[in-house]
Design a protein around this ligand. Structure first.
Ligand code: GDP
Ligand code: ADP
Length: 186
């Protein structure tokens, strides 16, 4: 089995984090790449588990010293993937799951790496807004930025090899697992 990089993108609020968490409970053949971000932690988020929370200076130092495989500014904050982590995993034959935005996804697709891209869609924009509001983690201003960005992100979904609609969570997880199994030959 060749180690692959799974790129998973979605507009904010589509349920990507929820879906990935459920998937990882049921499937242990992929390791999750913990990103670095300059965003502030939300209630319940843990440094080193959900993200490595860094300040802008530290983040830019990592970029300049080549430690980011890809990075992007998303909804006003910087997010990036650790190059050493991904390289070590792939070298050891381990497939890796990247939860990254469309800009990051496009960067990885352009590399000469064996990648599989999956885009998670909400059932509708109205449901997306309900989920963002229902999550209760963001201010109205943050929600408005994310909804405005959602349209641009959704417009690029055809770049992705697979599209999964997250309507009923269990169905979306099952579909996600089927894609990973097909792509990893498990
Ligand atoms: N390019 C890039 N995007 C990332 C990275 N980590 C997270 N993101 C994306 O940044 C966006 C915002 O993430 P987050 O603030 O956790 O909000 P959420 O998507 O609403 O849970 C999402 O599209 C993530 O997939 C990364 O390392 N690189
Ligand atoms: N299939 C689903 N049906 C209903 N609610 C969902 C579903 N998937 C996720 N949610 C809820 O929607 C909100 C946004 O999900 P989250 O995983 O944080 O999204 P993302 O990581 O894509 O921003 C959360 O409150 C989550 O519990």
């Amino acid at each position: 089995m060749t180690a692959k990089l799974f790129i998973v993108s979605a507009p904010s609020g589509a349920g990507k984090t929820t879906l990935i968490k459920e998937f990882l409970k049921q499937f242990d053949n992929l390791v999750y790449s913990i990103s670095h971000t300059t965003r502030s932690p939300r209630q319940g988020e843990v440094h080193g588990k959900d993200y490595f929370f860094t300040d802008k200076a530290q983040f830019m130092e990592m970029v300049e010293s080549g430690q980011m495989l890809e990075w992007a500014t998303v909804h006003g904050n910087c997010y990036g993937t650790s190059r050493p982590f991904v390289q070590e995993q792939l070298a050891a034959g381990q497939s890796v799951l990247l939860d990254i935005d469309v800009q990051g996804g496009r960067q990885i697709m352009d590399f000469d790496l064996d990648s599989v891209s999956i885009f998670i869609m909400p059932p509708s924009l109205a449901v997306l807004e309900q989920r963002l509001r229902g999550r209760g983690t963001d201010t109205d201003e943050v929600i408005r930025t994310r909804l405005a960005n959602a349209k641009e992100e959704i417009a690029q979904k055809s770049l992705y090899a697979h599209v999964v609609v997250n309507d009923v969570l269990e169905d979306a997880v099952a579909e996600f697992i089927a894609i990973v199994e097909q792509e990893t030959g498990n």
